[in-house]
Design a protein around this ligand. Sequence first.
Ligand SMILES: Cc1ncc(COP(=O)(O)O)c(C=O)c1O
Length: 399
Amino acid sequence: MRISERSKKAPASPIRKLVPFAEEAVKKGKKIYYLNIGQPDIPTPSIYFQYEEKHRPQIVAYTHSAGLLPLREAFTKYYARFDIDVFPDEIIVTNGGSEAVLFAMTVVADPGDEILVLEPFYANYAGFAAQLGINLVPVRTRPEDGYQIPKMGDFLEKISHRTKAIIFSNPCNPTGAVYDEKQLEVIAEVALKRDLFVISDEVYREFTFDGFRAISMMSFSNISDKVIVVDSISKRYSACGARIGTFITKNKDIYQAAMKLAQARLCPAMTSQYGTIGLLTLDDLYYSQMRKEYEMRRDVVYEELQRIDGAVFKKPHGAFYISVKLPIDNSEDFVKFMLTEYEVEGKTTMVAPLSGFYVTPSTGMSEIRIAYVLEREQLRDAVAILTSGLKTYIERRNK
Ligand SMILES: Cc1ncc(COP(=O)(O)O)c(C=O)c1O
């Protein structure tokens, strides 16, 4: 008996793999500030539960594989607010944005094919690529310039006859970068020039600050047949466990291919779909309050991080993450140290080491990702503990 090479090669989630150390710390009575995972602390809006209740079925049945039509119609209206012009028959409701990523990769590439990815990237892209036998080819972004999209040449030099697509998230997890039109045009032009699909992961669409705005790849009409948008309600409505996302494309062949995958997994959860119809009735006030709250949290983290000598980072303008290069050479070791050896008054802070967000070997070893998913006072304390822990870590390792 043997297990497959594909599953052996699949990377462990860099976010979850250090959890056993955290569990051990909790057993010993430590309080941990969890800044390692993008699980917001904000309550899911009550309208979600009201709609679930209002539409409570006698039988929790299968739905249409593309999702309930009223839900897809509600999504159409929601997208129109962002000038994203899509119809219900261009949307497949998925089990979270995760399944939309899986569908997108599956329909654009075969085993052995390549997908370019802006690096560092949302770590689960690597897990899905491994599942599918697809090779992710990195196009590097760097902390020194706030992880901006590089020049066209950086993409072109990575393209081979097996390259099928480009994938990235905007606003970006893990860097918090928000790309402007000029930068996105680079991607659109590369796609056009080399006939590639663009998988645009837009799950953090509303999380933009300082007047920045997330531009959808759907708005590049010259490549509309090449674009697949991945979306999710998880972060937007603090509804990660509802498992509702969308796969959107105007390309009929791509849609039909993805529908076969959707039919094979039957449907997304029925009651979550009803709850989501409720969420999509929320007005601008909800989004502006949420944006304000995260912007204030971002400011707290940014301010506290300034106290770290030798840290390299720029103010991120979106999502709820900030990636930082620290004056250390093994951030995973540092995260373990924070969990196993360090505490202030019984408290410590957990962050994500960034190396797992790269496919380039031995890269990101000095970087960490902080998810600012706690309220401000806790965040301030958490980052202060991280800062003092870093000092101690460096002193001990230098001994
Ligand atoms: C960039 C990005 N895409 C997709 C996902 C998947 O989210 P979900 O499957 O919960 O919708 C996440 C979750 O953290 C993410 O950060």
